[in-house]
Each structure stands twice: as structure tokens, then as C-alpha cells.
Design a protein around this ligand. Sequence first.
Ligand code: BGC
Length: 458
Amino acid sequence: MDETTTPRQRMPRFPHGFAWGAATAAFQIEGSTTVDGRGPSIWDTFTAQPGRVVDGSDATTSADSYRRWRDDIALLRDLGVDDYRFSIAWPRIQPGGTGPANGAGLDHYSRFVDALGEAGIEPLVTLYHWDLPQALEDEGGWLARDTAQRFADYATLVVDGLGDRVTRWITLNEPAMTSLQGYALGELAPGRTLMLDALPTVHHQLLGHGLALAAIRAARPDAVVGITNNHTLVEPASAEASDLVAAGAFDAIYNRIFAEPVLLGRYPDLSALGLERFPGLEDGDLELIGAPIDFYGVNFYNPTRVAAPSPGSPFAQAGLPFEPVEYQGAPVTGFGWPVVPEALTRLLVGLRESYGDALPPVVITENGASYPDEVVDGRVADASRIAYLDGHVRAVHAAIEAGVDVRGYEVWSLIDNFEWADGYTQRFGLVHLDLETGERTRKDSFAWYRELIAGQRG
Ligand code: BGC
């Protein structure tokens, strides 16, 4: 990168106090899956089933961060981040999903949080990033209402153990993906293919959020609590009425059934799906789910173009009133996801327009891109990732200028890691991971982000 393209000189200035960070999740980086009393999660089960993960890999080592956490903190320090978003593995705290805290598991995170504090990096802790204890899945997983209470109990244990040093908590990461890909389509753990019968998992996760929120507030009145939803900007494939209706239905099931209960205390109208009342909903639930939160976490990767289902397509066969179609006219990431930074501005402005004062300050809790990075002569020249991140950071700034209160930005991800059903085929890190040796190599995007952060301070 030459001087003229250095973002430090050209990136607009963000508001004072805007927090810059990087994100990871326990199952994707930790490895050591049988160490210190950790119990099995649905992801251990899923990855052990042949054909579930594209490259046949698993997460037993991954970035080895359970053992190499000091290396991760050194990287974060070098990067100059304000905060680090990481998750706690529920099966390390409650190996069987219930009962008292496993001391060895809690101690690990306690040491980690202390070391972050010494490095001057604020923890932003996700309580649930998809690694449900297998024992709870055996009892129905998120199809069972009881799992919501189990989650609140687990959250209480963690907050009791770490709440004297951790202020900011995210209850759930992307309940949409758990319900849609995990229980409806079977692409992620636990690999169920229930289609619309998966809908109770939406409600039970959100109830888990509400119960955990109340439990955290009771244990630590000073806690700062939010939830992270994955949002996509939905664009109708054409101006035809059928595509507009399809786009609306997709928006409801992907975005709004997760946002509206939390922000407005009600579910959107789902009569297009033949639903009058949300499956699993009981009296009093929405009061818990809609209780005020301190920030709203948004994960954003790409927009989605949606059409009416073509006759005979899998969507039509499943009775779904929409079908995502190829997004033409944009470059794509290694995953094939369209790169459209201004979609993030539109999404954020749209959230503000839809929810008004019910939208608390927003934190971009994930944003990033995968590319097939390689180390060549000790260097990873990931110009495409820099372009992606640069565009999206500017898109966040544009949203702030347009009046959206955005308080922070977390790059997904600090380091290449286990990309769920895509194994190690997709690299999202600012840091390259050598899968054989565990060696960490800072990519060019690492230097870019470090310079961006330094420039915002200077
Ligand atoms: C998840 C991450 C994942 C990323 C990229 C998000 O859906 O929270 O765990 O690695 O997207 O696919």
C-alpha cells in the first residue's frame, strides 16, 4: 500500500469513544475439546458425522487458542484494539448443560479476562456462540422450552464468575442461523431438517435471551447487555409484485422475527407463512424478550436478492414463499458472497427508520470476508480483504452521518479459524493460521487495520 492509499489519511474520523475491535468464537478457535472437563457440544457431534463438514475437518485443534491464548492477546495488543469479542464455551462451564460451574473451565476464562485487562483491552463476551452442550440437545435442544432456562442458569454462573471484570455481554450470537441453518435446513449443528417446524427454536432462543438478560441484570446491575443478530439487506429481484411479496416474507423470517421481539416486544405478522401465533409463545414471554437492552449487535456480511420461488424449486416444494437468487453485478468473496458495502449503510439506516427510538446504540459485532489467502515469502497480500473492510468501515461512517448511533466495529475475525460446515476452506482472519504448525502470520489487512485504529486516535 503506498502513501496515497493509506486509510489513515483518508478514512473519515469516527465519533470520540467509538470502539474498534476484532471477534472470534470459542468453538472456532479454541481446540482442546476434551481438556479440563469440557463436555461435548452439538458441534463436536456434528463434525464427527461423515459428510457434514466439506473438508472432513474438525475443531479439535483449530487455532489452538485454549492453549495459545497468550499469543492471541499479543496479537490484539499489537493491533491496538479497544476491545475483543470472544465467546465462552458453555460445555466448558457446564459439561452436561446443567449443574454447578466446572472450576477448571471458568478459571481458564478468568485468567484470560485478567490478561486482557492487563493489556488494556476490554472484553466483549458472547455467552452463546452455537456450542450447545450435547446433553441439552439430547433433551430437545432449542426445540425444548426448558433450554431457555438452562441458558439463563449458565449465564448466571458465568456472570458470577467474571462479572467483576467483564461489563459488556452479548447473550446470543445469531439465533437466526441456529434456527434456519441448524434446525430448519440441517446445514449447521444440530443438523435437523425441520423446515417450518423449526420455528419454536426461534422463540426458545429469544426467551433464553430474555431470561439471561434478567438474570445478568439481577446479578450485576451495572452490566451492559445486548444480543447479536445477523442481518442481511433484502432486495427484491425485480419490481414485480410477486418478488416484492417474496422479499417481504424473506425479510420477516431472516431479519424481523429476531429483531422485533427484542426491540418492539412483538413478533411481525407471519400470516404469509400461515401462522397466526408464534409457535412456542406463552403469556409473559414477550415482556422478558422485549426488556430494554443496552446495545444492539449487528453482524453484517452481504445483501440478499430474493424472488418468488420458481415452480418446482426446493423452496416451492417446501412451501416457502421466497427464493434467494444470485446477486449479480458485484464482486464476490471466497464464499461467493457479494461485496456491497453501501448495503450496510442502507441496512443500518433502515433499522433506525423501522425501530426509531426503540433501537439502542448499535455495535457492529461482526463484519469481514473470506479469501483464499496464502503466505508468500512470509507475507499475506490480502488486498481484497482490505478493500472489503475499508468499504464497510466507510459504510458504517456514512450511517453515523445519517443519524444512526453506532458505537463500535468488530472485524470478523482476528485469526483464521474453523468455519463451521466449511471447515478450514474459508479464511476470515486478519492473521493467517498455519494449520500444520499453528504459526500465526499477520496479513496485510492486519497492518491496515492497525493503522486505521491508530489514525482514529492520533
Ligand atoms: C458467525 C461466525 C462465522 C461468520 C462467517 C457468522 O455467521 O457468527 O461464527 O464464522 O459468520 O461465516
